[in-house]
Ligand binder design. Sequence first.
Ligand SMILES: [Zn+2]
Ligand SMILES: [Zn+2]
Length: 426
Amino acid sequence: MKLIIHRGTKQIGGCVTEIEHNGYKVFIDYGEQLPGTITSDLPLIEGLTCGDISRSALFISHYHGDHIGKICDVPHDIPIYIGKTACEIYRCLEQRLTYIQDLTERNKHKKIVERINTFKTFTPLEKIKIGKITITPLMIDHSAFDAYMFIIEAEGTRLLHTGDFRGHGFRGSKLNKMLQKYASNINYIISEGTNVSRSNVAMQTERELQQDFENQFKQNKYNFVLVSSTNIDRIFSLYHAAKRAGRSFVCDNYQAEILKIVSKNHKRYTPFYDINYAQTENYAGRFFTLKKGIHSNSFLFSENFKNFLMKHGFCMLIRATEAFKPILAEYNAKIYYSMWNGYLDNQKQAYNPILHDFLSSYEIDYMHTSGHADTPTLRTVFKTVKPIGGIIPIHTEAPEKFQRLFGEIAPVITLYDGESFNCKLI
Ligand SMILES: [Zn+2]
Ligand SMILES: [Zn+2]
């Protein structure tokens, strides 16, 4: 079995991994580089973007742009696999972008939607065979919903590719039990290390963050939150925090559509994803969707609706667009910024000046926790999996730190982009 990380050995976004066995090729993720990254054009990849593609398949760990963004560069004949709910959410997101003004952008997103319509979907633990390679998806916790690690095995060699994951989300406590059960006899783990360069301390859990939001919502009547529309667990958490604080929950049509996908597919597993979208009599946690008027870019607010919000207070999800400015001006409340703060830091490559300018006229409270594993979690995972062959860093700016942090658990193998590594059975 041969492994090539075409991109991602020394950077966070745009990872592409290839695993080849007997002429068959499994690729994991094919995304855009993070905004602001000095772009290094990927050379053509045999079996993915050129040459014989008849024995190839692409697996997407989750729908973040740095893992899925380049799917339109992949020929139509290569099957693309993704989780079922992830596929529906990503389609909803991309479909919305087909309505934007800019014609080039609109056409780009139309093409993406067409490609999504050809996706093959899988469910957790469903084994998929590509030649003699077997791929088993393990569902994990990340700031994208329905995200996966993959076990890739052929003739006795077993690799675990972690995708992006964390241990401090709502499902984080199940991580080690799942690895003990399914990720035994792993030869090599290809592991993300986003936070290895950021900090060495344990992250605040999603549960603790939810409690903080609940406390804020109890103290403050009007609450605006800026959060990624596909950070599903965070949004359901905000809904429950609002409900417990006795506030209504308000979001736009598009956001409601995404939440309904998750409720439809997952509320049977846990009441966490169960929202009563019908307008109930009980005001606590009452769910409202904002609608725009015909030919209008602003939201409709009836007197009844306004009175209701005035009386009971709300948690409203906003976006950095003109449409939300009148509401923000009317209530003059602070905005909880619930995304990575690097987008607002002009020292960071991913700095987003539009977002920064939008927020500059409001009072901001930063309330967020990372979608990626902290160092203690990575250590626990490596100790649990015990990869005999070694740990191969990916999706990190500091692969060299792996040796110092985890070298006593297993050998650390740092590769170069494009380097071919023979995964020998050890
Ligand atoms: Zn991600
Ligand atoms: Zn990522």
